[in-house]
Write a protein of this length. Sequence first.
Length: 148
Amino acid sequence: MFRSSFFLAAVLLLASSLRPQQPGFHFFDPKSLVEIQGTVQRIDLEETYGKRSRFLVLTVMSADRVPYRVEICPQWFLENDIAVGMKIRIHGSLLAETGENAYLIAQEISLQGERIALRDRRGFPLWSRQGSMEGGGSRKGPGRRGKR
């Protein structure tokens, strides 16, 4: 009996390890672009890509009452202030679209009438062109290069 229980546990463990694993990171997909408008409900700083830089991640309630988690950019890159209650428009790559799992990677945001580009048309991050993701240089924010 001990052997059969051990064998069953080993088979279950092996089977669970063979299931597809979720990647520890996610990718911008230019084929899944959407645009949402809504209100900022929450602002978080997360180590989305490891300890390289803390990312600004917003929870936005869309106009059709769907909450989205929106990955914006590294904290040091954005010079504009974002506050809870602000209206925002986001153009980005939709990774998941159900309930609490709705998740976007922003390509461009619009705040208070100002459009701010965060990624190029293929989804390549504009902050990567500035060297270090930690913002080691003295320049902060997208400046003229990130604005349209």
